[in-house]
Design a protein around this ligand. Structure first.
Ligand code: AMP
Ligand code: ZN
Length: 112
């Protein structure tokens, strides 16, 4: 499959790894929108939040456990934002489920 994040998982495209296990990979975003900007992705191809099912939701819960752990390890005690864009009109540019974890600056709400 011609998927950028599947290629990163396969090691065909390099990434700045933050965390990895058998179910997920976390790496620094190439175009960070905050001082800390990490992407968490499942190691199976799921297109977006819109393709989460009872069969694959274990990847999502696992990723959220790891977001919590990595946030604690990195000392993100002032807070952090988790975002997943689902679909082109929501701003999704890579069609492989990913969670942006951003920290280190003030965030506005609602997001634009
Ligand atoms: P989204 O626009 O929500 O689909 O998020 C995709 C994210 O992937 C963007 O924030 C990009 O900066 C990031 N990105 C694209 N290519 C790479 C890459 N090779 N390594 C790390 N992050 C990337
Ligand atoms: Zn993929």
């Amino acid at each position: 499959m011609d998927c950028l994040f599947c290629k990163i998982i396969a090691g065909e495209i390099p990434s700045s790894k933050v965390y990895e296990d058998d179910m997920c990979l976390a790496f620094n975003d190439i175009a960070p929108q905050a001082p800390t900007h990490i992407l968490f992705i499942p190691k199976v191809h799921i297109g977006s939040c819109g393709e989460v099912t009872p069969d694959n939701s274990k990847y999502v819960s696992h990723i959220f456990e790891k977001i919590s752990e990595v946030a604690a390890q990195k000392g993100l005690t002032d807070g952090f934002r988790v975002v997943s864009n689902c679909g082109v009109s929501a701003g999704q540019t890579v069609p492989h489920l990913h969670f942006h974890v951003m920290a280190g600056r003030e965030f506005t709400w609602p997001a634009g």
